[in-house]
Design a protein around this ligand. Structure first.
Ligand SMILES: [Zn+2]
Length: 142
């Protein structure tokens, strides 16, 4: 019996890091539903910034092609869910914890990141990435 699954999304993880004080990991909440969701969870012993970036398949310029989101994370455990736009399926995702968010006004620049986003992040603490591999089990266009 053939089960019709329009999209099977898997997350190939390169790295996940956990300690008693610090942790960061990615998981998918796909279950064949669209849009799929990426769940970023972790724990921190001091307030940090979480940066999550999605890249469509074939990205050449991470700054121009990527979708970047930043959240402030208070002390403790955290879990945030991000919707994965269809155009990002098959692409990649990065998540990192950073110590500082620097507004462009305080940036010593020249800084491409500030020019585009109005801030940059400094002092990376933890970094993970994964690829959003997809296999269409039920054909395209569904
Ligand atoms: Zn900057």
């Amino acid at each position: 019996m053939r089960k019709l699954v329009p999209l099977l999304l898997t997350l190939a993880l390169c790295a996940t890091a956990w300690s008693q004080e610090l942790g960061l990991s990615l998981k998918l909440d796909a279950k064949g539903k669209r849009p799929a969701k990426l769940v970023v969870e972790g724990q921190v012993s001091k307030a940090v910034w979480l940066g999550v970036s999605f890249y469509p398949y074939g990205t050449q310029n991470v700054l121009a092609d990527g979708t970047h989101q930043v959240l402030q994370i208070p002390v403790g455990r955290f879990e945030h869910s991000f919707t994965i736009a269809d155009r990002l399926l098959g692409g990649g995702v990065e998540a990192a914890l950073w110590e500082k968010k620097v507004p462009s006004a305080n940036c010593a620049g020249p800084c491409e990141w500030c020019k585009k986003n109005g801030y940059h992040l400094e002092n990376q603490i933890l970094y993970v990435y994964g690829s959003l591999a997809q296999s269409a089990a039920g054909g395209k266009g569904k």
